[in-house]
Design a protein around this ligand. Structure first.
Ligand SMILES: Cc1ncc(COP(=O)(O)O)c(C=O)c1O
Length: 296
């Protein structure tokens, strides 16, 4: 893990112990290295822009800043919130997500996080155990690899197939999984490929995960941001086939990534988490303990 150490100039530097830094370099890190080495004033078009608020044509709904301002001025929320989030926030998220599901989520299914990034980290921290591996899409979102590396979870990649609209190579998933595989990650709508999966493809993913006895981490941070006629179908629709951990945030759809509000939701209408091999990690108490560990 990272530690401060002195070198022979007496300067202190950060040393990583036990973390494979070659696999933990992020896109933002590379971009910042590049920008530091650009010495002329040419203008650049960034193709890696994930912040919708950077463009003035995209703004959030005007009711949102009013509501936040009202909440701040009321002084009602100046105290510590419960670790899993304010009940009214959890209820609002449960109601919002339930609109697209064939069943109703309860407040107990929802945990509020600091953006989707923390939801990813919480999900991987909960699944970590000696020898565990996780299946990630390639191309994918690098935070998963970074977080898995810090949790000592082995990463195995399955390809997304460009010639078929970046669908998941399910044969590869079946070949990669073994008894130590804890989950597969599905990013839909997808970053970086922009894929929007059909109901049928998500159903096939759910059935494959069910056969393999792994759960699905559904990253839906881009939920509802689709182009053309393709509807967004949440993975939680198949929660009766396979337990789904749905991760999301208000960053993209509401164009406020700086507000850092996300969620980690168990979409599991049949209570399969209760019988699943990761059961022990998924009790509410464990979640609270985990959050406390992450913050101290
Ligand atoms: C696929 C994916 N998941 C998660 C995140 C992180 O979302 P947040 O800004 O809410 O932490 C991003 C941000 O770009 C993303 O592209």
């Amino acid at each position: 893990m990272a530690a401060m150490e002195s070198n022979n100039n007496g300067r202190r530097s950060i040393i990583n112990h036990g973390v494979d830094t070659s696999s933990t370099i992020t896109i933002k890190g590379i971009l910042s290295l590049l920008m530091q080495n650009v010495d002329d004033k040419r203008s650049f078009i960034s193709l890696g822009m994930g912040d919708p608020s950077a463009h003035s044509c995209f703004t959030t709904t005007h009711v949102a800043p009013h509501a936040v301002s009202h909440a701040l001025q009321s002084s009602t929320f100046n105290g510590y919130a419960p670790t899993s989030g304010l009940p009214q926030t959890r209820r609002a998220i449960a109601e919002y997500l339930s609109r697209d599901l064939p069943y109703k989520l309860s407040i107990d299914d929802v945990f509020v996080t600091s953006g989707c990034t923390q939801a990813i980290d919480v999900a991987l921290a909960m699944l970590a155990r000696p020898g565990a591996n996780i299946l990630l899409p390639r191309p994918g979102f690098p935070i998963y690899e970074l977080s898995a590396s810090f949790r000592h979870i082995e990463v195995r990649y399955f390809d997304l197939l460009p010639e078929k609209g970046w669908v998941v190579d399910l044969d590869a998933v079946e070949a990669l999984a073994d008894q130590d595989t804890v989950a597969m990650v599905v990013i839909n709508p997808g970053n970086p490929c922009g894929n929007v999966y059909s109901y049928q493809h998500l159903k096939e993913i759910a059935e494959a995960a069910n056969r393999l006895k792994i759960l699905v981490i559904a990253d839906e941070v881009y939920g509802h941001l689709t182009f053309g006629g393709k509807p967004f179908v949440p993975m939680g629709v198949f929660g009766s086939t396979v337990p789904v951990l749905t991760l999301g945030s208000i960053s993209k759809r509401w164009i406020v990534p700086g507000w850092r509000l996300g969620w980690f939701v168990t979409t599991d209408p049949c209570g399969m988490f209760k019988n699943h091999k990761v059961l022990l990690y998924l009790s509410c108490e464990c979640f609270l303990e985990l959050i406390i560990c992450l913050f101290v």
